[in-house]
Design a binder for this molecule. Structure first.
Ligand SMILES: Cc1cc2nc3c(=O)[nH]c(=O)nc-3n(C[C@H](O)[C@H](O)[C@H](O)COP(=O)(O)OP(=O)(O)OC[C@H]3O[C@@H](n4cnc5c(N)ncnc54)[C@H](O)[C@@H]3O)c2cc1C
Length: 436
């Protein structure tokens, strides 16, 4: 069986949804998602989203992003992201996204490695606020259709042209979706790791598919660990304790109740310091203290974190919280140009699964949601301006190759992990950092 559409977007996170909303309404857009439309990492984002709040902050925003990225960032991509941030935020506000404000003025917060407050937020559920409002808009559009519980298995190509995708329903039915353009917005790969803050269905499928189809990747071994996930012995996704908690003054203690790191250093440095301390103390976590904030502020500013800790036996206003680093973000990914186009024609990649080069070797907190929006909009604009429908679709694909889904899943996992390992050994890096 075959589905036909003009443009197919794989993924209903912020990147996929913002692409869909910025495509011309005379094109039929099909969005598919492996899970339900509201189960994406975009819904989990806590801390906030960066914005260039005034021209005076440009140099410092640029420098903070570069410094966190160890100056391996693509400078042009960083400039585009920062310069386009006010427009992206305006778009969100026009879609009724509610950022914290007082007397009509937006309020900015600060997170680790930011030299100034420049982060907009909604309590500690910024991602859910943005994503739910975008989803509402997407559902209103007549030209956009969402199919849930449909998994991308592969792309369809003819030479170096992408002509559609292979998908699978929950009932195991395999189909081809034919389209003029494919946009991959499949998020990260935390589901491949034992400890991750990501949804476990995010297993980097588009990355494996890119490797299989000789689509260029970049820095796939650059994987970010978040210093502070809630420590628990339960299996599955680890709950994140946002960076903004430390931005608001929370501190870390070792087992002897001594501070051991400047909590506001970039993520990679704080994560390494915690891992080192855990090894030294022979513990599985360190302690985070939010106590100085007082109950009222914690409950007002971090209600989601407060409730989660409480439901797991820790009162953040009185107790220390056990935390440990966990896989958090894919910094590298499918290599794209400044318009989010991949090395294959008619194929774009946006959001966490792509690599624009904005983050260099390490992402600055709250730059990810912004990157998703800015480069998703550029992808849509680029497609709309250069729209070129396929005249005749020829397939080079045998659907029988996809019958054994369990085998395919484990094959894709191995393809990705082998590539990460290959890149690590090529770069002479220590595998522990990415594969622990
Ligand atoms: C706990 C947490 C907190 C965060 N906090 C912040 C923050 O405060 N600020 C910030 O800037 N960033 C934050 N981030 C990072 C940010 O949320 C993500 O990088 C961003 O939301 C990624 O958006 P996305 O649209 O690329 O992917 P996602 O939102 O992850 O969406 C991926 C989509 O792809 C679909 N998908 C995946 N594989 C397939 C497949 N094979 N077939 C079909 N569909 C598929 C999924 O179902 C999903 O719909 C946080 C991340 C986490 C996990």
């Amino acid at each position: 069986m075959k589905i036909k559409t003009d443009i197919v977007i794989v993924g209903t996170g912020i990147a996929g949804m913002f692409c869909a909303l910025n495509l011309k309404s005379d094109k039929n857009v099909l969005m598919i998602t492996k899970s339900s439309a509201d189960e994406s990492d975009s819904f989990l984002a806590q801390g906030g989203i960066c914005v260039l709040k005034d021209e005076d902050d440009y140099e410092s925003f640029f420098e903070d992003t570069m410094k966190a990225g160890h100056y391996k960032n693509n400078e042009m991509a960083v400039e585009i992201m920062i310069r386009n941030s006010p427009e992206a935020i305006k778009d969100l506000i026009d879609y009724n996204v509610d950022f914290e404000h007082k007397n009509g003025e937006l309020i900015f917060t600060k997170e680790a490695a930011h030299s100034k407050p420049r982060i907009l937020y909604h309590k500690d559920i910024t991602g859910s606020e943005i994503s739910s409002k975008l989803l509402m808009q997407v559902r209103k559009r007549k030209n956009i259709k969402i199919i849930e519980n449909m998994t991308l298995l592969d792309i369809v190509k003819k030479d170096n042209n992408c002509t559609g995708i292979v998908v699978c329903n929950n009932d195991g039915q395999i189909k081809i979706v034919e389209s003029d353009y494919v946009i991959l917005a499949t998020g990260g790969l935390g589901g491949l790791f034992q400890h991750s803050t990501n949804y476990s269905h995010l297993t980097g499928d588009a990355i494996a598919i890119a490797i299989k189809n000789n689509i260029e990747l970049e820095n796939i071994n650059y994987i970010q660990f978040h210093p502070t996930s809630f420590y628990s012995e339960e299996r599955g996704r680890k709950f994140l304790i946002s960076e903004s908690v430390r931005g608001e003054g929370a501190v870390l203690y070792n087992k002897n109740m001594e501070r051991f790191v400047d909590e506001l250093l970039p993520r990679d440095i704080v994560s390494k310091a915690i891992l080192k301390q855990m090894e030294k103390d022979k513990t599985e976590f360190v302690w985070l203290s939010m106590k100085h904030m007082g109950r009222e502020k914690i409950k007002k500013r971090f209600p989601n974190i407060y409730d989660y800790c409480l439901s797991h036996g820790y009162d953040a206003a009185e107790d220390l919280i056990p935390v440990t680093p966990a896989q958090h973000f894919l910094i590298g990914g499918i290599k794209v140009d400044l318009n989010s186009k991949t090395s294959m024609d008619h194929l774009y990649a946006v959001g966490e699964t792509s690599c624009t080069g904005v983050h260099g070797a390490n992402r600055l907190a709250s730059n990810s949601l912004l990157e998703c929006l800015v480069f998703a909009k550029r992808a849509s604009k680029n497609i709309s301006e250069n729209y070129n429908a396929h005249t005749k679709i020829e397939r080079q694909i045998d659907l029988n190759d996809y019958n054994d889904l369990e085998n395919l899943k484990s094959k894709y996992k191995n393809i990705i992990l082998n590539e990460i390992e290959r890149k690590n050994s090529y770069n002479g890096q220590n595998n522990h950092e990415t594969l622990c």
